[in-house]
Write a protein that binds this ligand. Structure first.
Ligand SMILES: [Zn+2]
Length: 161
């Protein structure tokens, strides 16, 4: 997942496109906002016919470059994608604690490899100083894995520039 995010970060910037956001209520913190409230202005979005639809989680913040890979690959297709947080929240609603953390990671990694999930970390509205590679509610038990993910991501990016 870190390699996929690093590769997406290293690609040239895509032309901005019209993006439709669907915002899911968070199954953990119950955050619920409209797409207009959620949309950070720094994302590479323009007006016009919808080129890409992206589902996100209400309590997450995506970096401007997080949409680059889908804008580049699927310009004008109307294709649908979701953030890692949205993918996680859908699985969590269906399976909750029946799935282990490893199973969540494997499932989201598989969806990301298929190109249906944005290869991007996020931050939480309630803790914007912390970047999480999977979703805003990664607990303290995930911190070593989250730190290792950042190390691998930064190593790949530094090696490539
Ligand atoms: Zn939440």
């Amino acid at each position: 997942m870190a390699e996929q995010e690093a590769n997406a970060l290293l690609e040239p910037a895509a032309q901005s496109k019209a993006v439709r956001f669907t915002v899911l209520e968070c199954p953990v913190c119950a955050a619920e906002v409209s797409p207009e409230e959620w949309r950070p202005p720094a994302l590479p979005i323009s007006d016009g016919p919808i080129a890409v639809s992206v589902t996100v989680l209400a309590c997450e913040i995506l970096a401007p470059r997080s949409l680059q890979s889908v804008l580049r690959k699927n310009a004008g297709s109307g294709a649908e994608f979701q953030s890692r947080s949205a993918a996680w929240s859908r699985l969590y609603r269906d399976f909750g604690l029946e799935m282990s953390d490893v199973e969540y990671l494997a499932a989201i990694d598989s969806m990301e490899s298929d190109g249906r999930v944005l290869p991007a970390s996020c931050r939480a509205f309630f803790a914007p100083q912390q970047t999480n590679f999977l979703h805003p509610h990664m607990g303290i038990g995930f911190e070593p894995l989250n730190r290792r993910y950042r190390e691998i991501l930064l190593h790949i990016v530094r090696k490539s520039i």
